[in-house]
Design a protein around this ligand. Structure first.
Ligand code: FES
Length: 104
């Protein structure tokens, strides 16, 4: 499938320790800034569909608000039960202080 880069927002709109919702077509995406690095994954928990943007962001990733699985945002892998299925991850690039996301 062909992929393309879409502009999400300015880097100043996603500060360290913050998360941002981004919807593209039918995709619900979560962007997060951990220590200045921006990550993007699907936003809906693979366990029981909680919205991870209402969870807690920490150094390890994002913790689901419903049953507290924490997902590593680099790999999408859950670090603890009950979630077992990884989140889809997206490539991110920063150009001229704008954040871009690679989507299909
Ligand atoms: S819905 Fe996220 S861990 Fe259950």
């Amino acid at each position: 499938m062909l992929s393309k880069w879409v502009k999400v927002c300015a880097t100043s709109e996603l500060k360290k320790g913050e998360m941002l919702d981004f919807d593209y077509d039918d995709k619900k995406i979560l962007l997060a800034n951990i220590n200045g690095k921006v990550y993007a994954t699907d936003r809906i928990c693979t366990h029981a569909e909680a919205d991870l943007s209402t969870g807690i962001l920490n150094e390890e990733g994002v913790t689901c608000p419903l049953h507290l699985s924490t997902f590593n945002l680099e790999t999408g892998m859950p670090q603890n039960l009950p979630a077992e299925v990884p989140l889809k991850t997206y490539n991110v690039k920063i150009e001229q202080n704008e954040i871009y996301l690679e989507v299909e």
